[in-house]
Design a protein around this ligand. Structure first.
Ligand SMILES: Cc1cc2nc3c(=O)[nH]c(=O)nc-3n(C[C@H](O)[C@H](O)[C@H](O)COP(=O)(O)OP(=O)(O)OC[C@H]3O[C@@H](n4cnc5c(N)ncnc54)[C@H](O)[C@@H]3O)c2cc1C
Length: 573
């Protein structure tokens, strides 16, 4: 369908569908010129950029199989039922139950049932574990597409799903533990019962690193670990605190503590092997800006039973495997938040008229919508290509340094773009976009969080500088990604040439880290679009992002761009 709407063009005389005839309506007015709810649509099939990216990056999985899985989840995520679960799970935020009526400690969270339905939906579709279950090339790309869809249903549940997914490579550092816990993670049965994991149908993991005095600076951790007398090798008791611990009803957590041999990674289960509740004390829940369906707690350890993961003193090295994989998910999540917001903007503007035409038919609105669509498609292409890098690295470990570098670049950039995109998309809905009845406020509150957890912007950029300095091969491999598009667009070739020149002069200047990363990210997105997107998309992206003709707000594409084609690709109803 073309960018303009077929309905009620310019009339503004559109009664909201579903308004029951004969239902009470004030005598003063009819409800007119309001869009129909965007419901019961397939979130995957309506996203051409994602469909193409999955077919491309997940081809090794079996093209049909990947598409089938994504189509199935896309239909569920777009359903009225799942949309309502998302609303309910966020409206009725989780509650902390510290004690029972007699004063005994409980340390439990009570969730609205909708939270559990959403968890069951994601786990049932293996959003938390597909690559480890399938053990097949392309599974990371398929999983990223599934996470992209699930995040458009509800973001809160995607946090425990990401942490559970990411725990597996960290657990691999301790084969006996991996043997015990990984099969539980691989299960597609979500089991919300608060009982020992060995008696459950499946398990979920969390991660507890951040302390009051140090979040990014994890080496400042003050939690102590002492060997548990008489309990055998690798068993420790932890005493200390964690300032942020999301999804605290997970079955186990990877955490850091100072052991006799230095900072070490540990697995803390909610139940000890004898079946009693572990000493895992929930002090309070964070009153968060967004991501409200998901509980994030402050916790205290007091002789808390734990098992060592990986060698003593190598805690950061061990848990970084988990962090690395959660960064992939954070990037996917931010891209999905953008897509969800852009779809709302597209839908709304095609169904609302002002000044004699549908909003989507006004030239300036088209510039805004097209610019939003570019940002969203570039993010989608980037995170899907990144996910394939994880498949590549499983097949060939030599690819890993480049994948780490690419992960950090994508994490920084996509997470930074998300709040800007969501805010602009919200404005397309006018005042209604700001009201809690619809999904926009939830997306808006969600948008910044992926930039904060799993590595804040500065920390990520400094990581990237370190990688560039220490692993020049990773940068060379990344440059190969850009070179793959060489000759496809003159502006991109020039831009990449300038990066290379600048790189030689100030690669190690810490103050310039964001400048460097931004350029690498833009060049990578442009390279992907030049190779894989239709000409109007790649052309407008290169013109606006690489040559300085685009402005500082969205909706500033220069004249002559084929905005109609860009919009039509982004959304058709
Ligand atoms: C909703 C939510 C859920 C969370 N869930 C979890 C969880 O489950 N488990 C967990 O472990 N943590 C969790 N976190 C914590 C999160 O990972 C940390 O907040 C994050 O790592 C930053 O740490 P910090 O808050 O201590 O900030 P700081 O480390 O104090 O950083 C503050 C600012 O300073 C910047 N900065 C730091 N060092 C430098 C430097 N050298 N140069 C320049 N700038 C610098 C940072 O980029 C940041 O902008 C959660 C956070 C949120 C918001």
């Amino acid at each position: 369908m073309a960018a303009s709407s077929k309905t009620a063009r310019g009339t503004g005389k559109r009664a909201a569908p579903g308004a029951a005839k004969g239902a009470f309506q004030g005598a003063t007015h009819r409800v007119e010129n309001q869009p129909p709810p965007l419901a019961d649509y397939n979130v995957f099939e309506t996203d051409r950029a994602l469909v193409e990216a999955l077919a491309r990056e997940g081809a090794d999985f079996g093209r049909k199989e990947g598409l089938k899985r994504a189509r199935a989840l896309g239909a569920r995520v777009g359903s009225v039922e799942v949309q309502d679960w998302a609303r309910l799970a966020n409206r009725h935020a989780p509650e902390l139950l510290t004690h029972d009526r007699y004063g005994n400690r409980l340390d439990r969270i009570e969730y609205h049932p909708a939270w559990h339905y959403l968890m069951a939906l994601g786990v049932g579709h293996a959003v938390h574990a597909l690559p480890w279950r399938a053990k097949q090339r392309g599974a990371h790309a398929v999983k990223a597409a599934l996470a992209f869809l699930m995040n458009q249903g509800e973001n809160g549940v995607c946090c425990p799903m990401a942490m559970t997914f990411a725990a597996v490579p960290a657990l691999a550092n301790e084969p006996a533990l991996a043997e015990e816990w990984t099969p539980r993670i691989l299960s597609t049965e979500y089991d919300a019962r608060f009982i020992p994991a060995r008696d459950k149908l499946g398990a979920v993991f969390g991660m507890a690193m951040t302390e009051k005095q140090g979040g990014s600076d994890v080496r400042a951790n003050s939690t102590r670990a002492r060997p548990a007398a008489g309990e055998g090798e690798g068993i420790f008791l932890l005493t200390g605190h964690k300032w942020f611990c999301s999804a605290p009803m997970s079955d186990a957590f990877l955490t850091l503590a100072q052991g006799p041999g230095g900072l070490t990674c540990f697995l803390v289960p909610r139940f000890r092997p004898d079946g009693t509740q572990n000493r895992f004390f929930l002090q309070r829940l964070k009153d968060k800006l967004g991501n409200r369906s998901n509980a994030s707690a402050e916790i205290e350890y007091d002789d808390t039973w734990a098992r060592r993961v990986g060698p003593e003193g190598r805690g950061v090295h061990t848990i970084i495997q988990m962090v690395h994989h959660t960064r992939l998910d954070a990037s996917v999540s931010a891209a999905a938040v953008m897509r969800a917001a852009v779809v709302q903007a597209m839908h709304h503007t095609r169904h609302r008229a002002a000044f004699g035409a549908m909003l989507a038919d006004h030239a300036l609105m088209q510039n805004v919508l097209a610019d939003l669509a570019l940002e969203s498609e570039a993010a989608t292409a980037m995170v899907m290509r990144l996910a394939r890098g994880y498949d590549d690295a499983l097949a060939d470990p030599a690819a890993e340094p480049m994948v780490r570098l690419a992960t950090a670049i994508a994490k920084f950039w996509v997470c930074k773009r998300a709040p800007t995109v969501v805010a602009e998309a919200m404005e397309c809905l006018g005042g209604g976009g700001y009201i809690e009845d619809g999904p926009m406020p939830r997306l808006y509150r969600e948008a910044p969080v992926n930039g904060i957890w799993e590595g804040t912007g500065n920390v990520i950029c400094l990581d990237i500088l370190r990688t560039i300095a220490r692993a020049p091969d990773a940068l060379a491999a990344f440059a190969g990604e850009l070179k793959a598009a060489a000759g496809g667009d003159r502006r991109l070739d020039t831009y990449v040439g300038e990066i290379e020149k600048a790189q030689k002069s100030n690669a190690l200047d810490e103050s310039q880290a964001r400048v460097i990363v931004e350029r690498l990210a833009l060049a990578w997105q442009a390279a992907l679009l030049v190779q894989h997107a239709p000409h109007p998309v790649a052309d407008a992206f290169c013109a606006s992002r690489l040559t300085g003709t685009g402005g500082r707000t969205l909706g500033t594409l220069s004249a002559g761009m084929d905005v109609q084609a860009i919009i039509a690709r982004a959304w058709s109803e």
